[in-house]
Write a protein that binds this ligand. Structure first.
Ligand code: ADP
Length: 216
């Protein structure tokens, strides 16, 4: 049977607040053979130099290009989040492209015969996209630890980290939407162990007989 005629992939929607450990979980799932669709990466890709969205944004917003032609994100954010109209103008350019690219990658995963897709999407719940996934996996990490990790590993200052956390939906809302919650309050190894256990369980349920082969 050719890959294109195989069953649809099982889709894991991976979400969690900033600094919770999503990228760490996603990387492990990729090691285990999952096909990754990374929403943050798509959002960056569609505004790279040469992409039509960047030219359209540069027409609507003044002075948002760096000297080398790349997007000055801070300047775009300053202008685009100043008024609801400006935000709508930004979204009108970016949202359809993000949607199209995301759909394209889901189709590619299916064409390539991927058995499990991980859709890493920070706003999965906020954007009401849980319907498009088979299983919602939430990484849950206490706020203070997220702040500590964002400051230590990502170079944010504490106030900025706390502001970003406060701007997102709260823990209760996230947990209410979860099919599985992975706690990341311990070591990274403990998190990775949790991911492996979760994934073995998913494989056993969706592909019985696949054994413990590390590829899906
Ligand atoms: P997200 O993608 O949700 O923003 P990351 O996976 O990038 O979060 O994790 C944020 C930072 O914290 C990264 O630098 C990561 O290596 C680190 N990190 C994640 N989990 C742990 C952990 N259990 N212990 C220590 N550092 C961690």
């Amino acid at each position: 049977m050719s890959p294109s005629s195989s069953a649809k992939p099982f889709i894991i929607g991976l979400t969690g607040g900033i600094g919770s450990g999503k990228s760490t979980v996603a990387a492990r799932l990729v090691e285990r053979g999952c096909f990754l669709i990374d929403a943050d990466n798509i959002a960056r890709e569609i505004v790279e130099p040469g992409q039509p969205a960047l030219a359209e944004l540069a027409e609507k917003f003044q002075g948002i290009l760096n000297a080398d032609g790349t997007l000055n994100r801070a300047e775009l954010a300053r202008q685009a989040f100043a008024t609801p109209e400006a935000t709508a103008a930004l979204n009108a350019v970016t949202h359809p492209r993000i949607r199209a690219r995301t759909d394209e990658l889901f189709q590619q995963a299916e064409r390539e015969g991927a058995r499990v897709v991980v859709y890493d999407m920070p706003l999965l719940i906020e954007n009401g996209e849980t319907h498009r996934v088979d299983h919602v996996l939430v990484v849950d990490t206490p706020d203070d630890l997220r702040v500590e990790r964002l400051v230590q590993h990502r170079g944010l200052d504490e106030e900025d980290a706390r502001r970003r956390i406060a701007a997102q939906i709260g823990r209760a809302e996230r947990l209410a939407a979860a099919d599985t919650v992975l706690s990341n309050a311990g070591s990274k190894d403990a998190l990775l162990g949790g991911v492996d256990k979760f994934f073995d369980d998913i494989l056993a349920r969706t592909h019985p007989g696949a054994g413990t082969d590390h590829r899906t």
